[in-house]
Design a protein around this ligand. Structure first.
Ligand SMILES: O=C(O)CCC(=O)C(=O)O
Length: 221
């Protein structure tokens, strides 16, 4: 990890710009590539109401079911395959970046999204984790790899003003505490902006969350 200056985007929201070195990004991209086309492949979810998402998604640790907006151990909304485990190196990345932002996290799930050119994600809240986890304000850690995304960061109500924060490859955005339920999304990704060394067309995003509170996260000193 490179040494960076955390930037506060709002109370509980911290941007770690350039947190991952190019070598770390390359390693993560390789891992993501293997996972999305692995034995439990990424897929395009169809959500409640029938809309197709504009990303390919693969959940690790726990599966997010887009029809029920809840987590489960198998992909009952798609192919019934068991959700792959969260690799220990991913877990360590989530813990380390949350700590760099001053927040504790023992992630037990990751939602990996692959955005092709033109990929986007509508404004939403991440609120399907356990009530205890959300009440504690345990953060979401969002890792960006590849093309820059125009990340939208709103308020606690859908109609609140929305700020656009460009998230480039290697950036990590952490939002917890009072920011945990802020609306967010991606208006678009910018084709051709991924570092050439990654050999990646498009963007991977990993969001880490802690559903369960059986392992209490260590306080950050
Ligand atoms: O791709 C991103 O930066 C945001 C992803 C996201 O909002 C989510 O997975 O809930």
């Amino acid at each position: 990890m490179t040494s960076i200056q955390p930037a506060r985007i709002g109370e509980g929201a911290v941007l770690l710009r350039g947190y991952l070195s190019l070598a770390e990004q390359r390693e993560l991209v390789d891992a993501c590539r293997l996972l999305v086309d692995g034995p439990v492949p990424a897929y395009v979810p169809v959500v409640r109401g029938g809309g197709r998402m504009h990303v390919r998604m693969l959940c690790l640790g726990r599966h997010w079911n887009g029809k029920t907006y809840s987590y489960e151990p198998t992909r009952s909304d798609f192919d019934r395959l068991p959700v792959p485990p969260l690799p220990p190196s991913f877990l360590a990345l989530a813990r380390g970046s949350a700590a760099a932002a001053g927040m504790p996290l023992e992630a037990d799930l990751c939602i990996m999204n692959y955005y092709e050119s033109g990929g986007r994600m509508g404004l939403h809240q991440d609120k399907d984790e356990s009530a205890r986890s959300i009440a504690r304000g345990l953060p979401v850690v969002s890792v960006s790899l590849g093309d820059t995304a125009q990340f939208l960061f709103g308020g606690l109500r859908r109609r609140d003003p929305v700020e656009t924060v460009p998230l480039a490859s290697g950036d990590v955005f952490v939002f917890g505490g009072p920011a945990r339920l802020r609306y967010h999304g991606v208006s678009r990704t910018i084709p051709g902006t991924a570092p050439g060394e990654l050999g990646l067309a498009g963007r991977f995003n990993l969001t880490f969350r802690q559903y369960d509170l059986t392992s209490e996260p260590e306080p950050v000193s």
